[in-house]
Structure formats: structure tokens, C-alpha cells
Design a protein. Structure first.
Length: 480
């Protein structure tokens, strides 16, 4: 119904994505009245609102926090929720081309945000245009544009909810086809404990401002010897089997930097990355070839063996009694139909003679977030002075598989791809959980490599155009 129209817009879709990707719209707190998330987020929002205006749609900028593009009439609103902010990207991270200088190569658009989530948001806009110009509907269709989805607090959506109508139903083009009926709960926790090293001073711990929802690819600790006698010897470590890479840099005769290098990935899939923090902790506290019998590392060593740094269902969460290892049930893990609990150690900080570990957890939908927080607080039974804080929490999303929304969207995908795939559950957190009767719907296809938050992020052009056609049909079916 809309295929020929969208095929004619192919070049415009690609060009629009390339233009909006040029804005390095990493969300940041800003005191400006009209740019609360920074100038680049503001410019990205203004660009797409202007594009929507040129298409003949109603547009609104909500004080720089977010905006929307709308067409149609009626009491009910079909919502599409996209976000224009991106995770940080630096050319020195290993990008083939600068991350904010998009390039078309090998039938793909490369650049930060092409897949997550600027590309799919632009696709949704062009899908709206195809429906608006060629079909009659009975509801309004509103593309809601957020600017700090990659941050935990979602201030943009809070501002929207305080000032605008809620959509009746809808989707967010920010995950996977054929559609996601369940998203795990998300919990971010910080654990702080005193930390000193005999005969050495901790000068700095650096994770390159890693985001809480990203597997860290870099972590370093800078140490200064306090005396010239009995100095510990730190040796490089290269372990291909466990993907550990530790390098030693001599700053001066009294100061060294221990550098751990990993591979970044989305925190929803920590198994796809190599965690630089976890490997540094291993090196400092467990690796006997480097450090032997260092009492000041006992805290880290204890936490390591408790499973605090495991990526799947950390051991201590399944213990009946955290103080008694024998009480641990070997086959007991936290898992349900939405998958296993996963953990990403995202940040390592040091200040005031204390070390702070920040962890992002993806919790199965049938597990209480309060129960998980309670288990972390049980660490106080081992270390009474430990400080455990909940940084942020998002309750899980669960929409029945047989709901009209899920059946309609999954049915459209299956029809367009001649497949019989079932809706899925994921560990990622999308805007779908912001409103009732919403799910995540595309743009990634079954079997695709997850390029979200990755170096050389890209979107395949053929799949981009097919996604646009799927979104157009979805808009029509939900709004007719």
C-alpha cells in the first residue's frame, strides 16, 4: 500500500539520517533554559521538527526537553517514541570514519545514532508521511522525540508527561523485530567501601566517563609508591583465553599507571563485550602472578569471589545466607521467560580513600527489584561499613503476547518477511515502558549483529527501507 511511495523517498530518508547524525547529541545536564540537555541535543531536535514542519505536520518543542510531530484527528493518539540522544563516541575508540561524519558504504549508513535511534526515528517520520498522504485514519499519530533516553532518569519523558496528553497505544522503534512483549527491570546500584594500598597512594581511577548502560572498554588506576623499598612489581598481563589485556605505563620513577582494555557493548548484552573494570579488578586482587598476599586488596578479592563482577546472576544473589557459602544452591540462578539476570560493572571511582563500584543490572520480569536491592544490602553482614545505594530503577515491562497490540505488530512483521517468528523478551530498556500499551518494535531483524553503542555503528539500507514500510503499515493498522 505504501511501498512505492517509500521507495521514491529512499534518497531523502538516507540524506535526512546523515544530516541528523552529524549532531553529536550526547545528552548532558545543562543550565540553559532552552537546551536542558546541551546545544547538540537542541540542534538535533530543531532539525527534525523543521523537517516535520516542511512535511506539513504539526510540530511542538516542549521547552527543549523533548518535542513531537503529529498529524490526524481524533481523541485517541497512536504514539511512536524515538530518541535523538546518543551514547558517547570518539574517533580514537577505533572508528573507521569519524562517528559524527556519517558515510554510506557497502549499502550501510555508518555513524553514531544510525541504528540507535536517529535512523529508525527518521524512518518513522517518513512512514508517517506515507500514511498521511495516502490513507484515511481515525486517530492522531504522534511521533514523540526524547533527548535523554540514554540517561537513567528520562527527564525528557517526565517533562512530556507533565505537560502533554498520553498516547493511547503505540511502539518505539528502538530494539528488535518482530516485537518485544517483555523488558527486564533495570536497576543501577553503587557500592562504596574504604580502600587503601600499603606503601602506595591511589592517584586516580579513570573509566573515561563510561555510561552506566555500556560495558566499559577502558579502565586505569594510577598508583604512586610511597617509599623506594620493597616495591611491588607489576607485570603486563595478556590472556587470550579470558580476553584480559593489562598494560603497565611508567609515568615517572615513582608513579605507574595500570591500564585495562576491553570491548564495549550494550549493558543489556554484557556477554558481547569484554569488561575492562572486571579485568582490572581481577588483576589487582586475584591474579597471584602480579600481587601476593596484599591485605588491602582483600575487599576486592572477596567481592570478586562472591560473584559481584559476574555478568550472569552473581552468585551471592542466590545464596540463602550470604555469610555461608555452603548455603549456595549450585543450580540456583535468577531466571524466567524474559531471561537470566545480567550484571554490568560500568563505573569504578576513587575518592576520599574509598572505592565505588557502579553496577547496572537487568532483572527478569518476575523478580522484585526490592528483593535484589535487599540482597546487595546483605553485603553489610560481611563489611559493616559498606555503603549500598540505588542510583536508579525502572520497573519491568510486560504486555501479554496475545494482546491486540502485540498480535497486530508481530503479524505485520511476519507478513512482510514471510516468517512465523514469535514476540521476544529482552534485557534492554526502551521508552515502551513509559506508557501503558506500548512495545518496542524494530528496527533490528532476527539474526542481526547488535551494533547499538558499538564502534562503527551502522544501519543496513535495505532493512532501513523495509522497516519504514513496516512502520507505515503499523501506523495505518493502529490508527485506521
Amino acid at each position: 500500500m505504501f511501498d512505492e511511495i517509500i521507495d521514491k523517498e529512499k534518497k531523502n530518508i538516507i540524506d535526512s539520517i546523515c544530516e541528523i547524525v552529524k549532531f553529536p547529541s550526547v545528552s548532558m545536564d545543562n543550565d540553559s533554559d532552552n537546551a536542558p540537555f546541551g546545544d547538540d541535543c537542541k540542534k538535533a531536535l530543531e532539525y527534525i521538527l523543521d523537517l516535520g514542519t516542511k512535511m506539513g505536520f504539526k510540530t511542538k518543542n516542549l521547552d527543549g526537553f523533548c518535542g513531537y510531530i503529529e498529524f490526524g484527528e481524533g481523541e485517541e493518539i497512536v504514539g511512536i517514541m524515538g530518541h535523538l540522544d546518543v551514547v558517547p563516541a570518539l574517533e580514537e575508540d577505533g572508528w573507521t570514519n569519524p562517528p559524527f561524519s556519517p558515510i554510506v558504504r557497502d549499502n550501510k549508513i555508518f555513524g553514531r545514532g544510525t541504528l540507535d535511534d536517529k535512523g529508525p526515528t527518521i524512518a518513522s517520520l517518513y512512514a508517517m508521511k506515507a500514511v498521511s498522504d495516502n490513507a484515511k485514519i481515525s486517530k492522531r499519530v504522534r511521533l514523540i522525540l526524547g533527548l535523554n533516553e540514554e540517561k537513567a532518569d528520562w527527564k525528557c519523558i517526565k517533562h512530556y508527561k507533565e505537560n502533554e496528553e498520553f498516547p493511547t497505544l503505540g511502539f518505539t522503534p528502538d530494539a528488535n523485530f518482530p516485537g518485544i512483549y517483555a523488558e527486564k527491570g533495570i536497576l543501577s546500584i553503587s557500592i562504596t567501601h574504604e580502600f587503601e594500598i600499603d606503601d602506595m597512594t591511589v592517584i586516580d581511577v579513570d573509566c573515561k566517563n563510561n555510561a552506566i548502560n555500556v560495558v566499559p572498554k577502558y579502565c586505569s588506576i594510577t598508583l604512586k609508591y610511597n617509599s623506594k623499598e620493597n616495591r611491588k612489581v607489576f607485570k603486563p598481563l595478556y590472556d587470550d583465553e579470558f580476553k584480559r589485556k593489562i598494560e603497565i605505563q611508567n609515568i615517572d620513577e615513582d608513579t605507574i599507571k595500570i591500564i585495562s582494555t576491553g570491548i564495549s557493548a550494550h549493558a543489556a548484552h554484557p556477554e558481547l563485550g569484554v569488561n575492562a573494570i572486571t579485568n582490572l579488578i581481577y588483576y589487582l586482587s586475584v591474579n597471584d602472578d602480579t600481587i601476593k598476599k596484599e591485605p588491602k586488596f582483600e575487599f576486592l578479592k572477596k567481592m570478586y569471589y562472591l560473584g559481584l563482577f559476574c555478568i550472569e546472576s552473581p552468585e551471592f544473589l542466590s545464596r540463602k545466607d550470604i555469610k555461608r557459602p555452603t548455603e549456595f544452591e549450585q543450580d540456583s540462578v535468577i531466571i524466567d521467560e524474559s531471561g537470566i539476570l545480567t550484571s554490568n560493572v560500568a563505573v569504578l571511582d576513587y575518592s576520599d580513600n574509598s572505592i565505588c563500584v557502579k553496577i547496572n543490572l537487568r532483572v527478569p520480569v518476575k523478580t522484585s527489584l526490592d528483593d535484589i536491592i535487599g540482597k546487595y544490602n546483605e553485603l553489610k553482614h560481611i563489611y559493616p561499613n559498606i555503603k549500598v545505594e540505588c542510583i536508579n530503577r525502572q520497573e519491568p515491562l510486560y504486555v501479554q503476547k496475545d494482546s491486540d497490540l502485540v498480535k497486530t505488530l508481530v503479524g505485520i512483521f511476519n507478513k512482510r518477511t514471510s516468517s512465523t517468528t514469535e514476540p521476544i523478551a529482552v534485557g534492554g530498556g526502551t521508552y515502551a515502558r513509559a506508557f501503558d500499551n506500548f512495545i518496542a518494535f524494530g528496527p533490528s531483524f532476527p539474526g542481526d549483529i547488535d551494533m547499538c553503542h558499538q564502534v562503527d555503528e551502522y544501519i543496513d539500507i535495505d532493512k532501513l527501507i523495509l522497516s519504514t514500510k513496516i512502520y507505515a503499515e503499523a501506523i495505518y493498522e493502529l490508527a485506521k
